[in-house]
Ligand binder design. Structure first.
Ligand SMILES: [Zn+2]
Length: 434
């Protein structure tokens, strides 16, 4: 007989959408939340039609949403594909992920968006909500057919991997995207200022003899785009913010009520450019790891909500692209399965309160996606749920990763805090076996 009811019993329910932080049961029926409350599940007995999950000692949260991943399909399936990427997402506690369009070919048409979504549906697991490209082939010149992309299921547009450098193109893109309520996510980098760059420009890049990405390359684009966002009224989003100057600009824009948002990656919240002193290619990333004052500004901004959400920028690369000379190495860190275990450090250190931690990973990114009902455990909502063990200690083992790639500086490190169950529409898509 089919299981009809799932009862998550005795967990600490943290739901920022309702300001709820209490010990409670969650009852799920037909893929949706039926009841939520202190003893909501007490009357149910385990049986053929009732499945009881003991959640005591665990956090029960709205499903985590990652606004920025690279799943490499179509075109580079040796690094990752939609199936392995969605498996990695589920194991990392994510119930929905938003892949960037810098695939091969570029996701700049309805056909590719539809193909990606149908591949994800065949595979099952975490939801896939793609970004389409801003410009054809991400070449920065001609706009894509955003109406088609939106209709096919794209939730936003971005040329991530490269910046939309031309201000006129960006302005038209914002005007066009606004008509369809698409989020415009920008990879903020003035490419004229970063030619040949290998790491953050500062004392360490000088010491290592490597050319650097100056903060100005990021700040200039953020400043320009905020002006364009103000004149067009578009929903503008800064991808992977990394400099203290960009944080200051976002804070100022928000104080004036602009509809702008930003995301930060776990690695920018955890590491500085000191990590590059050993020429560790696993820490080579774009935008680069910056300095202590940037890290402190990013931490303060994610804590106070100036930066809306945490996004992994999951960027799988094969060993050939990473185990090589520093200058030849590709940029990017594999992040879906380590985000929770690494970010929990900020909770333990008191940088992020538990509620804000959950919000930055669920309710806040969900709010930025048009017509998306995720990010909440309100009665009646789809049961997209992430359950965490806040006390788990574990060593990140390369062989245990679901991702096809292993490019993370956290291999072999001890992490604390771990997803133990991920549920999408009431179906368990990941469960930690102990
Ligand atoms: Zn990017």
């Amino acid at each position: 007989m089919l299981t009809e009811l799932i009862v998550l019993r005795g967990g600490r329910v943290l739901d920022p959408s309702q300001g709820l932080d209490e010990m409670a049961d969650v009852v799920i029926e037909a893929g949706r939340i039926k009841e939520l409350g202190r003893d909501a599940g007490a009357s149910y007995q385990a049986g053929d039609a009732v499945h009881i999950v003991n959640a005591s000692g665990h956090w029960v949260c709205p499903g985590f949403v990652d606004l920025h991943v690279h799943l490499r399909e179509p075109g580079q399936e040796y690094k990752e594909d939609i199936g392995s990427g969605l498996d990695a997402a589920a194991a990392g506690g994510f119930t929905a992920v938003c892949p960037m369009p810098n695939t091969k070919p570029t996701n700049d048409t309805r056909a590719i968006t539809e193909m990606m979504i149908s591949r994800a549906q065949e595979h099952g697991g975490a939801r896939l909500m793609p970004f389409g490209a801003v410009t054809r082939g991400q070449r920065g010149a001609e706009l894509t057919e955003m109406a088609d992309l939106r209709e096919a299921g794209a939730i936003g547009v971005s040329d991530d991997g490269v910046c939309v450098m031309n201000a006129a193109v960006m302005r038209h893109a914002m005007e066009y995207a606004r008509t369809f309520d698409l989020l415009v996510s920008q990879h903020c980098e003035d490419h004229d200022l970063t030619k040949g760059a290998q790491m953050h420009e500062g004392a360490h890049s000088t010491q290592l003899g490597l050319r650097g990405w100056p903060r100005a390359a990021e700040d200039i684009i953020v400043a320009r785009d905020l002006i364009l966002a103000e004149t067009t009224g578009a929903r503008y989003h800064v991808a992977h913010i990394s400099s203290f100057g960009a944080v200051r600009l976002i804070r100022e824009a928000k104080s004036r009520g602009l509809r702008v948002s930003a995301e930060v990656t776990p690695h920018h919240l955890l590491f500085t450019d000191e990590a590059l002193l050993s020429y560790d290619t696993y820490c080579k990333v774009n935008p680069p790891l910056r300095e202590a004052e940037d890290l402190e500004a990013l931490r303060a901004a994610i804590a106070d909500g100036t930066i809306d959400c945490i996004a992994t920028d999951h960027a799988p690369h094969s060993e050939i692209e990473k185990d090589c000379e520093f200058e030849a190495a590709s940029v990017g860190i594999n992040g879906l399965e380590t985000a929770i275990g690494s970010m929990f450090q900020l909770v333990r250190d008191g940088v992020l309160k538990p509620m804000r931690f959950v919000e930055a990973l669920s309710t806040a990114p969900a709010r930025l996606i048009p017509d998306f009902e995720g990010g909440s455990l309100k009665v009646g909502r789809r049961a997209d749920i992430t359950i965490l063990d806040p006390e788990a200690r574990w060593i990140l083992d390369k062989e245990a990763l679901r991702s096809k790639s292993h490019n993370t500086p956290l291999l072999g490190r001890e992490l604390m805090g771990r997803p133990v169950m991920t549920m999408v529409g009431g179906t368990v898509v990941y469960e930690l076996k102990t």
